[in-house]
Ligand binder design. Sequence first.
Ligand code: GCW
Length: 691
Amino acid sequence: MSAEEARVHAAWLPPEAFRALGSRRVLVHGDGMLVDTVLDEVARACARYGGRVWHSPSWDVDADLVLALRGADELSSAAVEAARAAGEAALAKVGAGAVLGDEGFVLARAGDVTAVLADAPAGLLYGLFHLVRLGPAAFDSTRPTERHRPALRQRMLNHWDNVAVHPVMGQVERGYAGGSIFWRDGRPRGDLARVREYARLLAACGINAISVNNVNVARTEARLLTNRLGDVAEIADVLRPYGIRVHLSVTFAAPVVLGGLPTADPADEAVRAWWAATTRQVYERIPDFGGYVVKADSEGQPGPFTYGRDHADGANLLADALAPHGGVVHWRAFVYNHHQDWRDRSTDRARAAYDHFVPLDGRFRANVVLQVKFGPVDFQVREPVSPVLAAMPATRLAVEVQVTQEYTGQQRHVCHLGPWWSEVLRFAPWGPGGRTVADVAAGEGGGLVAVANVGDDLFWTGHPLAQANLYTVGRLAWDPRLDPRAVLDEWIALTFPPSAMADPELVGRTLHEIMDDSWRTYERYTAPLGVGFMVHPGDHYGPDVDGYEYTRWGTYHFADRDGVGVDRSRASGTGFAGQYPPYWSQVYESPERCPDELLLFFHHVPYGHVLHSGSTVIQHIYDTHFAGVEEVAAMRGRWRTLKGLIDPAVYERVEQRLDEQVRSATEWRDQINTYFFRKSGVPDARGRRIH
Ligand code: GCW
């Protein structure tokens, strides 16, 4: 182990988290690469904590824990067969049709034995990590039977990692955790042990797919598909034992830039043949390759529009090449005019994904997954849910969220996003009580895709508390109904194991106090009431209220001396509100019914407009910005109570970042408040200092 490896933070898999498991007598039964992974994990834990492990022994053994494949041969061990029978009985009780599938498992108690049964090796691996999460509770004699299956089939991370350092975006586009764990200066980073640790962490929270390069595909990265495929295969080999499939971002222009063809037109036979042949070679090298991720006709990336074709033509071209091998294409719906004239009030970026894609519903091949950003604009701290998610019943849809905190404090601010994603996934686009966004993502075999926040930083994510965002996104993809607070509990108990803490109760309570509401706190001190942006152009960090106001990017707030906000109503605005099914369309259309937090996303209102909260818009802006900074100061105070109680390296890193968060939040408060005071001339009702 190198000195660096020794220092890399263990995140949610410290050895201590394996204590309960590692001190037991464990029997693993079944075969397969992922069963070997289970065995390896158990063996390491047992070596450390004094337990024992057997693999399909032919003699009778006494075990405390049995992890078995249902289809594996009978064993002569009575305890094992009893455990298996208990698992089967438990399954039968859940009812017919209660299948476990490729990734599910059942956990049951048989006498003194805990049994985990699965149909496939991946199920055993997920069962193992479930046991780790449960800790000693997995061995409670009263433990009830549980059956677990992922709600979403595809639980994917997109890395926006560049192979060669990009002159503006660097090694990782929107990366806030150092370099890439895969690439450095044009080459593989060469630390596959670190990639393996990463795979473990991801499997332990339920992620089963990763794309390893940026969706903006430059020259060097394009070649990962062909003559640099070996670099991708090496990563795939390391991820495979943890049940994670590799995907690749490709450029739509690949037939031209790599194949030397004169065109990339989807209707051209030579282009189709090139994609088919190239894809065949990918599968020869990486038999379980997941597929392609494509950003086409978006922010300067090439796409089918060049040839007068639409996005269905483009996506289907790649889907046809992947279909014989079982691959999928994740085609991104993030398509809009990034050369908008700010004077042009008829164009609305929020409308773009719907306008481009909804007319194509029904035309995509079965192995196309349309990847839709959760909101209509761009990963803001508050946006309505994208109406595309309710408008394409004949298309497989994946919801895309951003774990990397581009717009939410860049891993310098604590901003725990679990509650936000949970709100999005639970949102019912057809009205309260109806199907949810999570149902949509589950139903048609789509999934959840998250832009990763990981780099080669020793804490993985820059801000140690941002690890919780990565953990949470995996867990919510596995089960979107989980309470984000409970998920945070899991993360806390794994990362700060109670058995290794002097005062676990204080640590847990303090982390909840700091993190639970931190997303809303961030919302309070940044752009108000859903209006979005107001960030410094380019790097997107810190306030710059008019930074984007007269640019081509379509992200405006339209503040003047009388009011602020974007009129997206049908009656007098861009009509975006009309893209929703009737219930929400009516709610959003009306400034009276529109939820406060989205008011300025949908309406331009006077500063004196009274919110549901009873406050005026201008007073709300002042109040939330003062409150937000106070909350951040309180977070810092709380964190300081943990000094000496947790790993000093974690303590110090977070403390430094909290100092920056206090500074930055103060800057946000003062710029936003001053801006709106100067625009409106309305003083703060409470007479606080505005500059
Ligand atoms: O949020 C924006 C980012 C771009 C990114 C783009 C996208 C990868 O500012 O850096 O490009 O979204 O999602 O494609």
